[in-house]
Write a protein that binds this ligand. Structure first.
Ligand SMILES: NC(=O)c1ccc[n+]([C@@H]2O[C@H](COP(=O)([O-])OP(=O)(O)OC[C@H]3O[C@@H](n4cnc5c(N)ncnc54)[C@H](O)[C@@H]3O)[C@@H](O)[C@H]2O)c1
Length: 270
């Protein structure tokens, strides 16, 4: 299988490291980076995946290499700039930055592009689990979904919270945001992918309740959510260990994406 990657940061590099460690049968990888980042990306990819990686900096160049599967791991701009063209070209894509789909016009465009390309896009469970039962319960009728994200104060750097609180010296648990998933994904785009994933699987962006908390007492990214539905009520709590290279991203996210890729490689190998 030939893998396409949009972005070559923490998730992409960790993924390639896993491919090498697990000896996953990838024939090659094409990385689409930002214009201007090609040289640096080439050096990194050559270290991580010697002889099997190519770096491009334009969407059409990625498409021209005809990867079997493209994984977006670049953030909201990566989805906005590249996802529709990739899907229209008939290439299946995993969208990791699920929060980008809180923009309804982008969500519509991505759906339309997948239809036009007769392909599909996959939203991985990412940092959490339980998406299977949440999604299934839609058929029974869901009454409420309430999600709380609790992360160490420094995980909220580069978010609107940094202008409102001194995150370096925060001594007590502080609620940074309380509202619905659309507002959370829009205002806290770098920290609200889980809120978006829950909204997309369950009650939608307007009806999913979200609280974002900076808590100096925690060392992990704690995701907790409760669902009340006709067929079942449940609560999930996942303590995701932060990635060493990007504390905003739980390492579990990479495993969730790796599972999607590795399963496809194994299907192709059968
Ligand atoms: N679904 C989930 O549960 C979940 C969890 C964590 C992170 N995420 C998403 O995954 C994204 C990547 O996470 P990460 O830890 O690897 O971040 P990162 O910042 O380490 O890496 C992102 C990479 O993408 C590149 N990039 C940015 N914009 C680009 C563009 N328009 N085109 C090409 N490349 C571009 C950056 O230069 C960087 O190399 C996050 O931004 C977040 O949106 C989702």
């Amino acid at each position: 299988m030939h893998l396409g990657l949009i972005g070559y940061g923490n998730i992409a590099r960790t993924l390639i490291g896993m491919v090498v460690r697990e000896n996953v049968p990838l024939s090659g990888a094409t990385v689409l980076c930002r214009p201007g980042a090609a040289d640096e990306t080439r050096t990194r990819l050559a270290e991580d995946f010697p002889g099997r990686g190519v770096v491009v900096s334009e969407t059409q160049a990625l498409i021209a290499r005809r990867p079997d599967l493209v994984v977006e791991c670049a953030g909201h701009d990566g989805v906005r700039q590249h996802a529709t063209a990739v899907l229209k070209a008939g290439i299946e894509a995993i969208i990791v930055s699920t929060g980008s789909l809180a923009d309804q016009s982008l969500h519509d465009a991505v759906m339309q592009a997948a239809r036009a390309g007769s392909t599909r896009f996959i939203l991985p469970a990412g940092a959490i689990g339980g998406i299977d039962i949440l999604s299934a319960l839609q058929m029974s009728g869901i009454e409420a979904v309430t999600y709380t994200a609790r992360k160490p104060p420094l995980a909220w750097k580069d978010t609107p919270a940094a202008a409102l609180h001194d995150l370096d010296s925060l001594a007590t648990e502080t609620v940074l945001f309380s509202g619905n998933a659309r507002e959370a994904a829009t205002q806290y785009s770098k920290n609200a992918n889980v809120a978006a994933t829950l909204a997309l699987a369950g009650l939608g962006f307007e009806n999913t309740n979200v609280r974002l908390i900076a808590d100096p007492a925690v060392r992990s990214n704690v995701h907790e959510y409760s669902v009340r539905a006709s067929a079942a009520d449940f609560t999930m709590r996942i303590e995701g260990k932060p990635s060493p290279d990007n504390p905003k991203t739980s390492v579990a996210t990479v495993y969730s994406v790796a599972r999607e890729i590795f399963n496809r490689c194994r299907e192709q190998a059968i």
